[in-house]
Design a binder for this molecule. Structure first.
Ligand code: ADP
Ligand code: 5GP
Length: 188
């Protein structure tokens, strides 16, 4: 059976950076679960690789048809969700699955998959540093950044619901800890 790694964090903490780095370890046989979203692609994002980009109507139709394992309205009018077909696709390949989902989605997934899953919360060193990273990333408007930052404190308060918390202070240090945790879980 595929093992599941759930990674959640406030937006801007460095989740995408850590996940893409860990996936370079081919021996872990990790495949990224591509979520569906109603937000617009940003930067070099590719449909089917970073997300399945859907219209709100398409997304709602899939909710009606019970095609999601979980979904959340992460920001107002912005839906994100994991399709059942995506989990099936990766399981059929005989690979392990890594999820990048929001904090509530991460808690729901862990409840659903229990011991088959390891849930990891990536914590920013501070909310101020989080804002700095989002500004430096330069992919979102200031309004969008403030939305994300104001959500972060509530998200951080949910961290104890995860199996483990990794603070992304120094990237190399955090990555080392992240990789070891995943390696240990997949080999257990
Ligand atoms: P997320 O996926 O959690 O929204 P990203 O991986 O896109 O976050 O990281 C947000 C920004 O912070 C990116 O510009 C990334 O290069 C940078 N970053 C990631 N980790 C660190 C770190 N440990 N120290 C400083 N900057 C970081
Ligand atoms: P972004 O717009 O920065 O790519 O993602 C915003 C938030 O949505 C992130 O916290 C990300 O983890 C979350 N997210 C992405 N895919 C899913 C999903 O399938 N389900 C849930 N619940 N959240 C998701």
């Amino acid at each position: 059976m595929s093992k599941i790694i759930i990674v959640s964090a406030p937006s801007g903490t460095g989740k995408t950076t850590l996940v893409s780095r860990v996936m370079q370890n081919e021996d872990l046989k990790l495949k990224f679960s591509v979520s569906a979203t109603t937000r617009q692609p940003r930067g070099k994002e590719v449909n089917g690789k970073d997300y399945y980009f859907l219209s709100v109507d398409e997304f709602k139709k899939k909710i009606e048809d019970d095609q999601f394992v979980e979904y959340e309205q992460v920001y107002e009018g912005r839906f994100y969700g994991t399709l059942k077909s995506e989990i099936q696709r990766i399981s059929d390949m005989g690979c392990n699955i890594i999820f990048d989902v929001d904090v509530e989605g991460g808690i729901n997934m862990k409840n659903k998959f229990q011991d088959q899953a390891l849930s990891i919360f990536i914590q920013p060193p501070s909310v101020e540093e989080l804002r700095r990273r989002l500004i430096k990333r330069a992919t979102d408007s200031m309004e969008e950044i403030e939305k994300r930052v104001s959500k972060a404190e509530k998200e951080i308060s949910r961290a104890p619901k995860f199996d483990i918390i990794v603070t992304n202070d120094d990237l190399d240090r955090a990555y080392g800890e992240f990789l070891e945790l995943i390696r240990k879980f997949l080999n257990s």
